[in-house]
Design a protein around this ligand. Sequence first.
Ligand code: SF4
Length: 554
Amino acid sequence: MPLHFFYSSFLFFASAAVCGGQLLASSSSTALCYPNEAMPTFYIEQFGYRATQADGAAIERQLLDRGCTLASSPNAADVVVLNTCTVTGAADAQARDAIRKLHAKNPRTHIIVTGCYAQRAPEELAALPGVSYVVGNSHKPQIPDLLSSFALCNPLPHAFVSTDDLLRSRQLSFVAAQDAAPDSATNPDTAYAPRKRARILIGDILDQHDILVAPVLGGENNHTRPTLKIQDGCNNRCAFCVIPFVRGKSRSLPPEKILDEIRQLSESGHKEIVLSGINLGAWGRDLSPRHHFPDLLRQILDQTSVARLRLSSIEPLDITRDVVALFASSPRLADHFHMPLQSASDKILAAMHRWYRSEHYARRIEFIREQLPHAAIGADVIAGFPGETEGDHAATMNFIESRPFSYLHVFSYSVRPGTRAAALHNHVAPATIKRRARELRALSEEKSASFHRLQSGRTLSLLTLRHSDSTGSSEWIPALSSNFLKLRLAGSWQPNQFVDAVCSGSPQYICAPCVQECGELGRPQPVEFSHRQPLEAFHCEPLKLGHPEPIRQG
Ligand code: SF4
């Protein structure tokens, strides 16, 4: 984030002196004071998926750079930054719940709520007890300044913008003012007695041209596979989706910055890096000169030593025959394609304002299967979009059933205020949505099991991951294949190692590492294995073949 952005846009922050110590709420306003000399301690509570987590990582990096200290838990922090998601109604409810619990447990902690929910419905969040500031995505880069400015004990009058004023002053065609009004009258979670309101820092997200960047090192599997967000925002307008209105226009991280970040991550020992974005395939279209995502992948392969690069999710039309050929040409590109499908009924796809039809999606699957017969193919699917009939649902089920999907992420449709779909009159009954989502999840399980069966006996290059906190078995370690099989690798291993292993047909998905005696190089034989065998049974040396070979920089 360029510094000029901080200091030119919000001059009132520029004079902020840093003083520290215990954080106090002023008695007359919500301004906060630090009478001593240390910066506040902070904790970031994350919600949502990779893109949101990437923003949280960037905030953490900025706060650490400013001299703030990361607290070990929310209760030990002066300030808790809640980085919210608003992609579904359930995500909103989860954030409200967390705020209430946090405040009840430690009423002295000051809560800053940011992220997509903060951008979409700031006044709804400002009404919750314990919230000191609500900072929209438009102002997220200013959070470090905000913590610094607490030292002044001053309110921030220029920063306050009500959403009604914002909507009146802007031509926001996607949302009518009444749609964006807080729904505290109807939402019991946000009904509140008159109280001191939190301050709101929000602007028009469509004016945001910057992109917060820092690899996500925490989260899933704890530091083993960092996620690097290289693109934010979206220029599409899918009828169900609120993301463009809370994240703004598509914007891309310049290629040099991406290459630098990847080099640093690789040099610090990370073997797999996940590239993420809100609309990853749109990367580079906003840059001048315009760049193309496949060229970026080639540059990463040629100019960094990353051992394995994975894409988080990419729109189906961005998966061309050439892109698949590129993946097929390099074992360093994980053979894993997560392409949102949403529905396989063309009528529903049209109503969703998706720009492909089921036949186009099917063709993408064919491209992949022709060149990468073992690649993982995952999809997002929405159950119960307005107007979805039993016939439409059956079309989606049949489409998925008859194609080689490896897994699904199933979402139950929920109304997002301000979206086109919210204004439709043919909403599906909640019980029907629930049942269809259940059927899709059951289908997903069948697909995953059948994909695993097909991999049984194959030698896979696995990356060992950390055990999650709740487990710590010394008999196996979680591991991930290039084609996104989450497996248990038998034996005691350090995380972040590539190990070639034979995929077993065990329902526990336990794999045995290959042993040197098992056959000539390149064709190891399956090892007889039962996870109940004692550890000594696995005195196996992993084979050194099949690893993605890093290309030297140069
Ligand atoms: S492509 Fe559609 S679903 Fe995805 S972020 Fe953009 S508007 Fe939302």
